[in-house]
Design a binder for this molecule. Structure first.
Ligand code: NAD
Length: 247
């Protein structure tokens, strides 16, 4: 795969009328949130089936909360980085229709992006598994874990565990956007998690060109990507933004 340079990305964005982004954990690495896979990934210390499967949470919530609290501690300190801000700016400029994110860290929203599809939920929200009641983190006491609702149901962060369905509305909106886009920026995802990794294939099958921004190649790079950028998300996006007219 030939490696593209930021001027190509600026040109693609300028010529697109319906660009969208699909983001993954990699876009938030420069904000201090480790990805799950890779050398420093959380899965080097936690077995995903023991800590991130819904059955694991149901059978031993106190154990799973150990990882959840560690994640919460990291996420609460993280701030958006130039890549998040660049996508927010592209939306304001009318050059990006929406972001579909696999991340649960809320950093796109904090950077100012408005049209964000949360494909895997959001760690800033909590929900009762029995009655569906939603909770703000400020109203919960994390000193006594696991957390229970007044209906005695288990409270869980509103994130999608392995073994859970993607929220219907987010799934529908994401696939509709993928079918309608003419350019998809796939940023910081290993494209290993289903069904999110079907979105680039859907976009391509409906005529979109696929841009991939990731220092490491993925299955998509080999099979699908039209333009591959091998630098960090903030570097590629910041350089491309500087080349766009109006900046
Ligand atoms: P992943 O961990 O499987 O892959 C991350 C990818 O990002 C890798 O391919 C890596 O090469 C790339 N990357 C690393 N640094 C980068 C950078 N600076 N710029 C661009 N790319 C970079 O992540 P995934 O594909 O998103 O799948 C993991 C799942 O775990 C997702 O469902 C996600 O919800 C969840 N997760 C979320 C967060 C978060 O909310 N920030 C963090 C970890 C995991």
């Amino acid at each position: 795969m030939k490696i593209s340079t930021p001027d190509k990305l600026a040109e693609l964005l300028q010529n697109s009328v319906a660009a969208i982004a699909l983001t993954g954990a990699g876009i938030s690495v420069e904000s201090g949130i480790p990805s799950f896979r890779g050398a420093y990934g959380l899965w080097t210390r936690y077995d995903p089936m023991e800590y991130a499967h819904i059955q694991a949470f149901l059978s031993n919530p106190a154990k799973v909360w150990k990882l959840l609290r560690e994640l919460e501690d990291i996420i609460s300190k993280a701030r958006p980085n130039p890549a998040h801000y660049a996508l927010a700016e592209l939306e304001k400029m009318g050059r990006l229709r929406a972001i579909i994110t696999q991340n649960v860290d809320n950093l796109h929203q904090e950077a100012g992006s408005r049209h964000v599809i949360e494909f895997h939920g959001n760690a800033r929200r909590f929900v009762c598994l029995r009655c569906g009641r939603a909770f703000d983190p400020e109203t919960l006491n994390f000193d006594q874990l696991p957390l229970y609702c007044s209906c005695e149901g288990l409270i869980k962060p509103d994130i999608i565990f392995f073994g859970e369905e993607i929220p219907v509305a987010a799934n529908k909106a994401a696939f509709e956007l993928a079918k309608a886009c003419d350019l998809m920026l796939v940023i910081g995802t290993s494209a290993a998690v289903m069904p999110a990794n079907h979105l680039p294939y859907t976009a391509k099958n409906h005529g979109a060109r696929i841009v991939e921004i990731n220092p490491e190649t993925t299955e998509l790079t080999r099979r699908l990507t039209d333009y591959y950028f091998d630098e960090s998300a903030s570097q590629v996006l910041s350089e491309a933004m500087a080349l766009l007219p109006g900046n």
